[in-house]
Write a protein that binds this ligand. Structure first.
Ligand code: 5RP
Length: 217
């Protein structure tokens, strides 16, 4: 059922892709559906900045030009999914481990369009788990810091990010003030990026339900 909803929101998002545009995209199963849709209009866009090596490979398979972010003065639109989105348009991302590149591209984009199925839209984050990309030599230190904050760190076994780092997932941590928590974690040496996307949140949220797609600003 959720795959059908992911497909329908991916298709709907096409209407936000301007002609002749260069857009940024993230990664994951929803974005894979979006790449398929994008391939149908690939001749009308100039290219895509991908948020992961997996997305890049998929884009290349569809002959969609890949653009280096460093070659751009600005990026108008970034389209990505998320693991959870709250009613303040803040996101938890990174289940697929591509959070760092996704965070870099979205920080440059003027507009972040987040596309999700209804199961991911929540009122509060409460204790939802979220990932940190961590430099390997800091794993122990960061785990200790997470415990001090009241969370339970779990090292993601057999997983190396596109940037050669590790992932620690934080479980059982009540997310009371998401922006403060993101800032606190951002300041710990050894953390490359935090799976809370709350400082730079979504500008437009597309949520798919069985009978409609809601556009939330
Ligand atoms: C990857 C992400 C994805 O956007 C998020 O995990 C959602 O994935 P899916 O579309 O497969 O449900 O943040 O780093």
């Amino acid at each position: 059922m959720f795959n059908t909803l992911k497909k329908s929101v991916a298709k709907f998002a096409l209407k936000y892709v301007p002609k002749n545009a260069i857009i940024g995209i993230g990664s994951g199963s929803t974005i894979n559906y979006f790449i398929k849709e994008l391939s149908k209009i690939s001749s009308s866009i100039r290219g895509v900045v991908p948020g992961s090596i997996r997305s890049e490979k998929k884009l290349r398979k569809h002959n969609i030009p890949i653009i280096d972010l460093n070659s751009l003065e600005h990026l108008d639109i970034y389209i990505d999914s998320a693991d959870k989105v709250n009613t303040s348009m803040e996101m938890i991302k990174g289940a697929g481990g591509a959070l760092t590149r996704e965070k870099i591209i979205s920080s440059v984009a003027k507009k972040f369009i987040c596309i999700i199925d209804k199961s991911k839209y929540v009122r509060h984050f409460d204790c939802y788990s979220f990932p940190l990309e961590v430099i390997p030599m800091a794993l122990r230190k960061i785990s200790e810091e997470i415990i001090k904050l009241g969370g339970m760190p779990k090292y993601r076994e057999n997983f190396i990010t596109d940037n050669g780092h590790c992932i620690i997932d934080i479980h059982n941590l009540y997310i009371k003030n998401s922006i403060d928590l993101e800032k606190t974690l951002n300041n710990l040496p050894g953390i490359v990026s935090v799976g809370l996307f709350c400082i730079r949140k979504a500008d437009l949220l597309l949520v798919s339900y069985a009978d409609q797609i809601k556009e939330i600003y």
